[in-house]
Design a protein. Sequence first.
Length: 485
Amino acid sequence: MKDTKTRGISRRSVLKGTAAFAGLAAGSGAITGFPAILAAEPITLRYLSTATNQSPAIADQAFKDLGIKIEYVSVETDEVTKRIVTQPDSFDLVDTEYFSLKNLVPSGNLMGMDAKKIKLVDKLATVIAKGEIDGKKIGDQGTAPHKVCYLEGQHSKNFAKEPTEWLTLIPTTYNADTLGIRPDLIGRPIDSWAELLNPQFKGKASILNIPSIGIMDAAMVNEALGKVKYGDKGNMTKAEIDTTIATLIDAKKAGQFRAFWSDFNESVNLMASGETVIQSMWSPAVTAVRLKGIACTFQPLKEGYRAWASGFALPKTLKDKQLDAAYEFVNWFLSGWAGAYLNRQGYYSAVLDTAKANMEGYEWDYWMEGSPPRRTSRVRTAACSRRPARFVTAAPTPSAWAPWRAGTRSWTKMRTWFRSGTSSSPPDGRNHNLCTPRSHAPGRFRQASPAARRRGPPAALLAGGAACPRFSGLLRPAAACHACR
């Protein structure tokens, strides 16, 4: 596998990169109102997604601004795929991940999103739309978002090789994940995915029981152990699959795993109770444990992170007022309030310009630029209090990004980067016990100290995760960042 060269790319340029959907946007600029929907009778949109993508605050604000009621339909990751394939009339809007698209698009149950109806389509992050940052290509192992970003036609079952006016998803957020640990119970540094199968943690480890994501974590572990050198974690050979599964079976028989979790709350309870001390984890779960007053770290690892990305799609059955309302909601979502809300939780919103316009200067400086806090944010959420977490981002200098490779997770919520891809960043040798505003994916981490802020771009973002976007396959340095949720 060839290393992806990413010299000269700064962390801040990654955050501020936007996609060039030239010629596709019907218009650009600030979105100031939604009179069409406000003037109509209340419409309810059934919003299908996992619980981690659902926020009562966003639903409440959307109703205030649009008069549209959001009815959340909460299911597990694999169930989202099942619903789309077997019950396309059971929802009006779905928030899914890019890594799932190769299973969803062939069903013909999703319609292409009309770029002409998306007011800020030309402002979408280039890392998703083009697989680029500042015009430079990044790793794209796995289902990189830019590979599955367009359809040949509105009702096509085929991905387009070049940009068209029909998008598969309108991105919402992206980020990257890693292992969660209980530093108080482990008592020593953890810096590699290989530690998940360290006999020291026999009966105290856990891994995701979501196949599309868990297999990426397993691949990261196998590569870290030196058992396999994957060509593309998102498109394994038969021999690579056999070795990966064999490693998991041997570990299970040896009693390495306390449990296999598939639900957000399961991961929180396992870690908070001390039943596990190291496991696959999502950043919001780490925050949930910390809010209980229990030490928990979203641990940076030398092999990198698994990136992910997610976005909105519409069922082919949607029409008339419901269809209009869905587009109105998507445009509202990109217009800034929701993006700012998500930025304060440590995620990257798909359109950073509008999110910035909806944040106070001190908030943007803290969450996005890595500046020390100047005052308490007016908007307080559980996710906002992640500051105490310890994290690092990428390499110490832009040149250190040179060896970064693509990941495996497949982009799924750029909170996936590609679940079939991975992202990783080389160790920087600096103090990792720094407070960072974003305790999510590497790309979100903003160190509080000047030394920390000199670090390069987020590992998960530029490394090129193979499977992860929720961004898998998007970014990753020398290691792999894979499948995300």
